[in-house]
Design a protein around this ligand. Structure first.
Ligand SMILES: NC(=O)c1ccc[n+]([C@@H]2O[C@H](COP(=O)([O-])OP(=O)(O)OC[C@H]3O[C@@H](n4cnc5c(N)ncnc54)[C@H](OP(=O)(O)O)[C@@H]3O)[C@@H](O)[C@H]2O)c1
Length: 221
């Protein structure tokens, strides 16, 4: 697997394009507008640009980095057999309210799977701020580097993404199935705070589904 298509070319999409290229992957970025709007960005990063269809067809892996509210826009047929990395988080102030999430009945990635009908969705790379993605990567260090959580229902897909996380310069912690994804979503102790493997295991373990950290406290960590 050498090609990664990225849907969303904002703070996250651009940072991941840089990170994956650094790790030796070919990357195609796309946004909701024309690929021409990404011309300067692509020149600066050195990645390919395409429209959404082209990015999906390009990617052995497709990374989704768009606002959660727009997940139902994602094309079901094109994404049917793809390995998908879901970086989206639910921010009611931005996305509006989703009752099933407000009532802790499901997780964002389970909702994505329901929309796509594709079980090869791995929740990963959502618990790190865009500004830290390239900065915190330590591809040449093995000891005490930052660890990132992931969750998924397809064991093979999860293994592929675990390997990708390591190649990019991070340790990883498998948090279980997508139903466990809430443990490292917004306002939980593992969310967007730099932690090594041991600390991340503790943070995941200490998460309480029904309580949230103060808004944006993770940005001061
Ligand atoms: N920023 C962070 O530090 C951070 C950290 C962890 C997770 N996340 C999550 O990552 C996701 C992206 O965040 P971001 O900060 O990168 O957002 P952003 O800077 O606002 O960028 C959003 C990108 O998504 C594209 N987009 C929007 N709707 C789309 C659609 N229906 N189809 C295809 N592309 C679409 C936009 O394209 P146009 O500009 O053409 O509309 C834009 O390129 C969010 O779910 C966020 O919660 C963000």
């Amino acid at each position: 697997m050498k090609n990664i298509g990225i849907l969303g070319a904002g703070f996250m999409g651009q940072a991941f394009a840089r990170l994956f290229m650094q790790a030796g992957y070919e990357v195609m970025l796309s946004n909701s507008r024309s690929k021409n709007s990404l011309f300067s960005v692509a020149s600066s990063i050195g990645c390919h640009i395409g429209n959404q269809t082209e990015a999906i067809e390009f990617g052995d892996i497709v990374l989704i980095a768009i606002p959660f509210v727009n997940y139902t826009d994602l094309p079901v047929t094109l994404l049917k057999d793809k390995l998908i990395i879901d970086t989206m988080n639910y921010y009611p102030d931005r996305d509006g309210h989703f009752t099933e999430l407000d009532h802790y009945q499901t997780t964002t990635s389970e909702m994505l799977v329901k929309h796509l009908g594709n079980a090869k969705v791995v929740k990963a790379f959502n618990a790190i701020l865009a500004k830290d993605i390239v900065k915190d990567a330590k591809p040449n260090e093995r000891v005490n580097r930052r660890a990132l959580p992931l969750a998924g229902d397809d064991a093979v897909a999860k293994q592929t993404v675990s390997k990708l996380i390591e190649q990019c310069g991070y340790d990883y912690v498998d948090a279980g199935n997508l139903a466990n994804g809430w443990r490292f979503e917004r306002a939980k102790p593992a969310y967007c705070i730099p932690l090594n493997r041991e600390q991340l295991l503790q943070a995941l373990d200490s998460a309480d589904r029904y309580s949230e950290l103060p808004h944006n406290s993770w940005k001061q960590a």
